[in-house]
Structure formats: C-alpha cells, structure tokens
Design a protein around this ligand. Structure first.
Ligand SMILES: NC(=O)c1ccc[n+]([C@@H]2O[C@H](COP(=O)([O-])OP(=O)(O)OC[C@H]3O[C@@H](n4cnc5c(N)ncnc54)[C@H](OP(=O)(O)O)[C@@H]3O)[C@@H](O)[C@H]2O)c1
Length: 431
C-alpha cells in the first residue's frame, strides 16, 4: 500500500513536468492567457548557461488529469491545487536533471521533454475538489512545496504535497530559501536516519551548501555541536556566522569550520573534538563523497550518513567511476554505522514516516525566536536569469540557496484574486 502510494506521487509529479515539445514557443505568444513562461527542456543540455525560458501551455486541472489518463497513471484521490508560483530555488538535482545524469534520468523515470525545478513557494489560485473532501487550502493561501516542474509561472499539484508557511513571520521568499526539497532532506537525515542527540558532535560536510547550511542550524537546534567543512574562504565566513554565539560573538569550544580542500583536514577535526574531551565526531553528514576520510575522524561506533556525491565532477559514465570506493575493513575497525539516505525514495515508500518528519520540522521552523534562518546567496529576478543561478551553483559560488523570483508577491496575489473572481473556474461544473 505504502509503496503504491509513493509510486503515485512520483508519477503525478512527472506528469506535471511532462510537456508537449510541439507546443513550445520561444518568444512571448500573442495569446498570453493560455501560455506561461517555464524552463522547459526539449533535451538534456551540455551548458547550463544556454538554458532559456520558453512559453508552454499553462497547466489546468483538465490538462493535468488528461495527461495522467494518457499515460495510464492512477488519478489522484485527493484535491488538487492550481498554484501561482512566486519563487523557485535552484537545487543541485536540477543540474543533474539538466545534464541527464541523475538516477531518475537513467532509470527512464524522468526523460525529456520536461520542465525543470523541484521546489517552489507561491499562492493557491484554485482548488479542484470534485468529491468535496476535507481540504485545508483556499485561493489566496500562501504555500511552499516540492514537485517536479517548478521553474515555471504556474503548477498543478496534489494538496498533500504542499505546506503552509511555518508562521506569519515567514515570507514566501524565506520558505523558498529553505526549500521543500532542501531543508527536509537535512532534517530527515539528522533526525530519522542519524538519530542525532543533544551533546553529540556532528561533522557536516559542505556546510555552506544548500543542504549544509540547514544541517548546521538543525543540528544546533537539536542541541548538538557542529564542525563544518567548506572548500573556500568565503564559504568559511558563512558557516562561522551560523556557529557564532549571538551573546558572545564567539564560536563555542569544540566547534568550528575547516577547509577540506587542504590535505590533512581530518586531523583538524579530531583536534577540535579533543577540545571537549572527545576522540572523534559521533555523526557525519556526507553530501560530498568523503566517507573514507570521514571515518578517520569518527569516534568508535560513529554513524556516517551518506546523502550525496556533490564532489563528483563527471557527467557521463565517468561519474559512476568517480564514486568513492572504500575497503570495508574501515567500517569494521571502528564499528561504524554506514547509513544511506534517499529523501525522495523514503517519501515514496514510507509516506507515513515523511508525514511524521514534516511535523517535527514544522515545529522547529515555527519556534520563536527563530532557530532556523534562511541563507540566501542571491535572488535572481525572473526565470530568464535562472541559467545564471544554475551556472553559479555549478561553479560552487553559491552558499545557502540561489532563489529565482518568478513573480512579485503582491502582483501574484492580485492575479490570484482576479482569477478567483472570474468564475471560480467553472471547471467542476463542466465535468
Ligand atoms: N540523499 C538525498 O535525498 C538528496 C537530496 C537532495 C540532494 N542530494 C545530493 O546532495 C548533494 C548536495 O546537495 P546540495 O543541495 O547541498 O547542493 P549544493 O547546494 O550545490 O551544495 C553542494 C556543496 O558541495 C560542495 N562541493 C564539493 N565538491 C563539489 C563539486 N565538485 N561540485 C559542486 N559542489 C561541490 C560545495 O561546497 P564547497 O565549495 O564548500 O566544497 C557545494 O556548496 C548533491 O549531490 C545532491 O544531489 C541528496
């Protein structure tokens, strides 16, 4: 049952992103009421900077459902939302999808043509609920969520895939910056998978990256001590800022940031641990591909969560060759617990676990004063700048998240209210 539900989710998401390559226009169409801008890829690309938005038909509930029917995929048993997207964030996985090197590209689950994008924030503009089920969303509600196909002006999405803003203190820009495809990955990895506890020490690799900046803050909120690694000086300053005690302005003993581009960084990690009487870190959060070196600075019985391989540079068959290979005796000698984590797959196979995880995350995000702060590298205005944002991420310039403002929030709300007035789209009546 759980597995079937999960499969439905990805099927629906893919359906939403799928497009008809014949109906794409590169310049603004005469009939803009039926077309929208989107980062629609007819094929995988070699250079991210060459990616340009084009115009594709706006998604409607009808087009969404008929696309599911065409593909012989199960129809949703829950309300659907039509969303006016205000912000979308660039995700590392976008780059993999664009290049066609993600496992979902290779398995045939996600092949061109498609609309890029995995996370968004925006405003509900219409609700499709023919069976009058309980639905907690109405036009005008501000939401954020994860779906495929979010680098676009509009989206149709099942209601269960979106979330309300954690509290009135959060803006649509803020939630885009923590990303529904980003912060829950780090939260799930540190809580459900690693079981990180107060007083433990965690080593967060690529601590200024999208997953990294939130892992640092989540670990702190859980009462753990954090040692972060980064690859450059400017990113070191970003993580130091996250670790500074607001009262003293100092980084507490036993915590710190280390540049892992220098040989021997493992010794620096152990030296930091020794400041608080530990011989190594309790947990490692590895999104880069540094398991072997990490084990060198892990305490006996330590846990290593393998969540990503950002350190791979290849995009073809060589990418697989670049994956780290380790002698298994290293795991035995220190009795390491090596734990894999695949957020999307967990959501598909264990949806109840994901619901529980989101409850914990929501609780953490709604705390006041805030324990999690958005970290934004840059906000790019308009989908026509999404290529620059992707290029910056590819070049490792980005810290935290690069955001694309698809539509100004006030303008989006104005359009939603106008759409609402125009007939509460007579769609249900027509069915
Ligand atoms: N397991 C899951 O469910 C899951 C979910 C989402 C993402 N991921 C994966 O997790 C990894 C990190 O994702 P993210 O969103 O944090 O990405 P990100 O925002 O691009 O950050 C990745 C960081 O990795 C470091 N890095 C080291 N070598 C790199 C290289 N050759 N190219 C690019 N970056 C490199 C960079 O930091 P420095 O410059 O400081 O070294 C960069 O900031 C990716 O492999 C992604 O596919 C896994």
């Amino acid at each position: 049952m759980a597995k079937d539900d999960g499969s439905l989710n990805i099927n629906r998401a893919i359906c939403n992103a799928a497009g008809d390559a014949e109906r794409v226009e590169m310049s603004a169409p005469a009939d803009s009421s039926r077309m929208m801008q989107a980062i629609f890829l007819k094929d995988h690309v070699k250079r991210l900077i060459d990616i340009q938005p084009s115009y594709i038909p706006r998604p409607t509930f009808e087009s969404y459902l008929s696309s599911l029917r065409e593909k012989k995929r199960p129809l949703p048993r829950e309300p659907l939302l039509h969303v006016k997207i205000t912000h979308t964030a660039i995700n590392h996985v976008d780059l993999l999808y664009a290049h066609g090197v993600h496992q979902n590209n290779k398995s045939g689950l996600f092949v061109p043509p498609f609309t890029l994008g995995l996370e968004f924030s925006g405003i509900v503009s219409d609700v499709y609920n023919p069976q009058n089920q309980a639905c907690h969303f109405r036009p005008g509600d501000k939401i954020w969520g994860g779906s495929i196909g979010t680098h676009a002006e509009e989206l149709v999405i099942p209601a269960s895939a979106v979330h309300r803003l954690p509290s009135p203190l959060w803006s649509l820009h803020d939630v885009a910056a923590i990303g529904a495809g980003t912060i829950p990955v780090s939260y799930g990895a540190l809580t459900t998978i690693a079981g990180l506890k107060a007083g433990e020490v965690i080593l967060v690799h690529a601590a200024a990256g999208g997953l990294g900046v939130y892992a640092v803050q989540i670990a702190r909120a859980l009462g753990a001590k954090v040692i972060g690694t980064v690859g450059s000086q400017h990113k070191m300053a970003v993580v130091e800022e996250l670790l500074r005690d607001p009262q003293t302005g100092r980084i507490p003993k036993g915590e710190g940031v280390i540049n892992y581009s220098k040989d021997g960084w493992e010794k620096e990690v152990v030296a930091l641990c020794k400041q608080t009487g530990k011989d190594g870190v309790d947990v490692v959060y590895d999104t880069v591909g540094l398991v072997l070196k990490s084990i060198r600075c892990t305490t006996f019985n330590g846990r290593v969560v393998v969540a990503g391989f950002a350190g791979r540079t290849g995009t073809g068959a060589e990418a697989v060759e670049e994956l780290e290979k380790i002698a298994v005796n290293r795991i035995l000698l220190k009795q390491i617990k090596l734990l894999g984590y695949r957020f999307g797959e967990t959501s598909r196979r264990l949806p109840h676990e994901t619901v529980k995880m989101w409850q914990g995350l929501d609780e953490m995000l709604s705390k006041e004063p805030r324990v999690i702060k958005p970290v934004v590298y840059q906000t790019y205005k308009g989908l026509n700048h999404a290529n620059e944002a992707m290029e910056a991420l590819h070049k490792r310039q980005v810290f935290g998240k690069a955001i694309v403002e698809v539509c100004d929030e006030e303008e989006a709300m104005r359009q939603v209210l106008q759409r609402s007035k125009q007939a509460s789209t007579t769609f249900s009546a027509r069915l």
